[in-house]
Write a protein that binds this ligand. Structure first.
Ligand code: FE2
Ligand code: FE2
Length: 290
């Protein structure tokens, strides 16, 4: 059995007063961080979460993007320290970028995310082809996708491009028959009523995944509202959105127990009552058999 923790949308933030922010859309995210986000989110992830992962005997941690708020170096350093602290407890961290990790054109062009979080797993390096492929444990594989793109002001779209589609096909073809896959992407695979927030060509991703039943789970973030949706009747994977673990109140994350025949998802939420702000409690469980 492999036990994963799935967290997302940490949104580490570090307000800046640098006037150069007005040459990019960073001023919007910074303004929002100063007057709105800091009331709702912790500036850095809670270290209590790492202690909890140890208590829960978590083997690996998956982070589905938006580690930062405006892709600022100081925010990446905070996120990198958090990941280092998880890794120092003998866990592997599997992560993908979100739209906030490529917030400005310069951060996307300079691939700043990969200066802090570069995967070296040949031949699938996410920095080059947008797809990472790593073993998770016996007969289970992790595939991560980078679908972030440059976005104009007030837009936070992603794009499942033709080249990522081709690279995903290559990765799936390399999975040994009978093995199973956990696919992680920042964006949901269905569009919403908020078109400026969706991933483009998500219909192409769904059409591709219907051909690959070895993909059992699709983990995403972006929508800061936890959800579990079983789409197997439509030939799609079980879709898990862990919500945001960065909230001061109503933060959530999942643990996922993977075995050959089943998967058990547990939802943890950070309760706002009481004196301890880091009081994580088990809220619900969902079991799925293959
Ligand atoms: Fe987010
Ligand atoms: Fe996002």
């Amino acid at each position: 059995m492999i036990r994963l923790a799935h967290i997302s949308d940490l949104h580490c933030y570090s307000p800046t007063y640098d006037p150069r922010q007005f040459f990019s859309k960073r001023w919007i995210g910074n303004f929002n961080a100063l007057f709105n986000r800091r009331l709702q989110y912790d500036a850095a992830p809670s270290e209590a979460l790492i202690a909890l992962f140890n208590e829960l005997n978590v083997n690996h941690v998956i982070i589905s993007g938006d580690l930062t708020t405006t892709a600022l170096g100081a925010e990446f350093e905070t996120a990198r320290r958090f990941v280092d602290n998880i890794e120092s407890t003998n866990k592997q961290v599997y992560l993908v970028p979100g739209n906030h990790d490529t917030y400005t054109r310069a951060s996307l062009k300079g691939k700043i995310f990969y200066k802090y979080f570069e995967n070296q797993d040949l031949p699938f390096t996410m920095k080059e082809g947008g797809i990472a492929l790593r073993p998770l444990g016996p007969r289970w594989w992790w595939i991560g996708m980078d679908t972030s793109v440059p976005t104009p002001l007030f837009s936070s779209i992603g794009r499942f491009s033709h080249s990522i589609e081709e690279r995903l096909e290559e990765a799936l073809q390399s999975i040994p028959p009978g093995d199973k896959v956990v696919l992680t992407n920042h964006f949901p695979m269905f569009s919403t009523i908020h078109h400026s927030h969706d991933m483009r060509r998500c219909d192409a991703l769904r059409a591709q995944l219907i051909r690959w039943p070895c993909v059992k789970l699709y983990l995403h973030g972006h929508v800061h509202r936890q959800s579990i949706a079983d789409h197997r009747a439509s030939g799609l994977p079980i879709i898990l959105n862990s919500g945001s673990c960065g909230f001061k109140r109503r933060a959530t994350f999942h643990t996922i127990d993977l075995s050959e025949k089943s998967c058990l998802v547990r939802v943890y939420s950070r309760e706002s009552q009481g004196k301890d702000p880091c009081n994580w409690v088990l809220r619900e469980e969902a079991q799925f058999d293959w």
